[in-house]
Write a protein that binds this ligand. Structure first.
Ligand code: GLN
Length: 312
């Protein structure tokens, strides 16, 4: 058994990897963005970065993959951190309730008059990218720069092939963005917002990069260099929205199985936070119906179930 006060991360990662590898063949690699379909369906990696600066990994933990919607955690964090009003304005343009609908659904947006339900469905992330663009003049560049600094990986970048593939097949995101704009909820031109949204979704990063970049949430808002990105209360709020909305319409199932704030992406990555302790990222390209990685959710489920460690 594992000691919940003193987690044996190498042993937990080994057990999590074994459980994840046993899911072979379950789920499907995303192909609605054609460039994503080229991922190796059996790849698997997992990493942990503790608040004390320890770093552990198993499998393909240093292999870059398309982070996709995991980037939405960082765009939200930066938009809130850079807001001069504590985020009050941002939260007027995007809600913070679970959607109960697929991440790219158009239906809810119509009934809710162009105010997306939360920042992690595509519609909400477009609003966040728009606000970050107004705050920085280069939304995707701000996300890349933050990821590079926190991970210490200067080579981390947008994959231009994936970004172009997203744009070419982005009719649904374009429809969402135009619809939001029709309600006056975008400050920048639709094309600019889409370009920056695709560019931050198409960043290629590894489990290693993502745990280091996400660890500020485990440190309650403190960056790798010890400076504060946001207040403890803001970090708590981001973790809360991750828990309730970070895995789309499967957020309830994810809370039930894993019990941690987490953000998934259709590239197969899931970044989860053990507040006060560590950031954990698992990656496997095969996705379930909701768009969450079968292997990554299984791995995180195993880690929290074996250790008894979660936010509950
Ligand atoms: N870039 C992807 C999209 O817009 C992100 C979706 C996701 O990872 N859930 O469809």
């Amino acid at each position: 058994m594992f000691d919940v006060e003193n987690l044996d991360y190498p042993a937990l990662l080994e057990a999590a990897e074994a459980a994840a590898r046993a899911t072979t063949g379950r789920g499907r690699v995303a192909d609605y963005i054609p460039a994503l379909a080229e991922a190796d369906p059996e790849a698997f990696g997992m990493a942990v970065a503790t608040v004390d600066g320890e770093l552990y990994g198993v499998g393909d933990w240093e292999q870059p993959f398309s982070i996709q919607s995991v980037s939405k955690l960082f765009s939200l964090a930066l938009a809130l951190a850079y807001s001069s009003d504590g985020g009050a304005g941002l939260w007027r343009g995007v809600g913070r309730e679970p959607s109960g609908n697929p991440f790219n659904s158009l239906v809810q947006l119509e009934t809710e008059h162009g105010i997306p339900r939360n920042p992690f469905i595509n519609a909400g992330a477009l609003v966040v990218t728009d606000r970050l663009q107004s705050l920085t003049g280069d939304a995707s560049g701000a996300v890349r720069q933050f990821l590079r600094r926190e991970s210490g990986n200067p080579l981390l970048d947008t994959d231009p092939v994936v970004a172009a593939s997203e744009a070419e097949h982005g009719h649904r995101n374009a429809a969402l963005a135009h619809f939001i704009a029709s309600h006056g909820n975008l400050r920048n031109p639709v094309d600019t917002v889409l370009e920056h949204y695709y560019a931050h979704c198409a960043v290629a990063a590894s489990c290693r990069d993502l745990v280091l970049a996400g660890a500020f949430l485990a440190r309650y808002g403190v960056r790798t260099d010890g400076t504060r990105l946001m207040t403890r209360s803001e970090a708590k709020r981001i973790n809360a929205v991750l828990l309730t909305c970070g895995t789309y319409d499967a957020a309830g199932e994810f809370a039930f199985r894993v019990g941690l704030p987490g953000k998934s992406g259709v590239g197969g990555g899931v970044l989860a936070i053990l507040p006060g302790r560590a950031a954990v990222c698992a990656w496997g390209p095969r996705l379930d119906q909701a768009g969450n990685s079968v292997a990554a959710v299984t791995a995180l489920d195993t880690l929290t179930t074996l250790s008894g460690c979660s936010v509950f």
